[in-house]
Design a protein around this ligand. Structure first.
Ligand code: KG4
Ligand code: ZN
Length: 317
């Protein structure tokens, strides 16, 4: 069985052709560059960029994999959540291919695909906990099995990736801000600025990041933004995020342990999971709870069509 999938929910235009045994025949991720100078994704520009490139990368993927469209057995696309323009373009394009080739079309939920991405390279046993940290979402899910996925905590305002991107913009760094802040933080003093840790003392699994961003903004307005300020603020902000995520993830694991889920497996997925400093913070949880955190392969952390194809195969099974 061959699967053809697209992902267009934000600012990555991506296609993947995957075999049922999960071999990737072609995987193309085009990261749109039009947003860099705006410090964030401009939805209308994203839609136009998807439209411009999607047919070309489909042709490139077919060429690379050496298959014809009429050999594809299943078509799938991200159908939500995401920016509506991009979702409409990707899903309409892929549905048209499925109708034209008289093959089924499977709609895929973007968040479910992120969650299942860590199942691609790991043998995962249920019950499972997944911390999803992206530019649009910050959520904790509890999975009893593939069909029983429960949201047990989430951000009440900004997503953690969004906070990275907004703080980067305040510091004059380019979009996407996460990797930029991680780089600058290497040269900074993480104890220089004391930043607020919203909701940290509340006994729940929710997050809040908008106050943190405002606090960075207020300090920046009163300061000279030079290299040492950027480095110290990046390090202090990243430390604050690392502390919050570690505390809430540890709390979620403890809660599920107490609810009789001692054999819990735990994954961290989404673009922010690329951050090595945050991963290092999570090492403490691994030691304390005698647990090994699971991550997807690097190419499935940011938005990509391989995770959509993989979710399609799991759904088909
Ligand atoms: O999963 P993703 O590609 O898209 C969404 O579904 O949102 O995540 C993108 C987010 C962006 O906010 C980006 O700044 C963040 O992931 N990100 C990082 C790093 N790499 C990407 N955040 C922190 N550190 C990183 N190294
Ligand atoms: Zn995503």
């Amino acid at each position: 069985m061959l699967v053809f999938s697209t992902e267009t929910s934000c600012d990555e235009t991506s296609v993947c052709i995957m075999k049922e045994d999960k071999t990737i025949l072609s995987h193309i991720v085009y990261s749109q560059t039009v947003h860099t100078k705006h410090g964030g994704v401009v939805p209308e520009l994203a839609s136009r960029a998807h439209l411009e490139i999607l047919q070309q990368i489909t042709k490139d993927a077919l060429k690379e994999s050496g298959i014809q469209l009429n050999e594809v057995d299943l078509f799938s696309a991200t159908c939500g959540p995401g920016l509506i323009g991009g979702l409409l373009i990707g899903s309409t394009f892929t549905k048209s291919l499925s109708i034209g080739n008289r093959k089924p079309f499977i709609p895929i939920n973007h968040l479910e695909a992120h969650i299942l991405s860590s199942f691609y390279n790991n043998e995962i046993k249920f019950p499972h906990l997944s911390l999803l940290i992206t530019g649009g979402h910050t959520q904790i899910y509890f999975l009893k099995n593939y069909n029983n996925i429960k949201l047990i905590g989430e951000t009440v305002d900004d997503a953690v990736g969004e906070a990275f991107d907004k703080v980067a913009k305040i510091l004059g760094l380019s979009y996407p801000g996460g990797p930029e802040i991680e780089k600058k933080a290497l040269k900074g003093n993480e104890n220089y600025f004391k930043l607020p840790q919203p909701l940290i003392n509340e006994n729940n699994l929710n997050f809040s990041f908008s106050g943190l961003k405002t606090s960075v903004n207020l300090i920046a307005k009163k300061s000279i933004i030079n290299q040492s300020f950027i480095n110290d603020m990046s390090a202090s902000f990243q430390k604050c995020i690392g502390t919050i995520l570690t505390l809430k993830l540890n709390r979620a694991i403890k809660k599920l342990y107490n609810d009789n889920n001692r054999n819990l497996s735990v994954s961290v997925v989404g673009g922010v999971a690329n951050n090595d400093y945050i991963k290092k913070c999570f090492k403490g949880i691994e030691e304390r709870e005698a647990i090994k955190l699971i991550y997807p392969p690097k190419y499935m952390m940011n938005d990509n069509a391989a995770m959509i194809a993989w979710a399609t195969i799991l759904k088909h099974r």
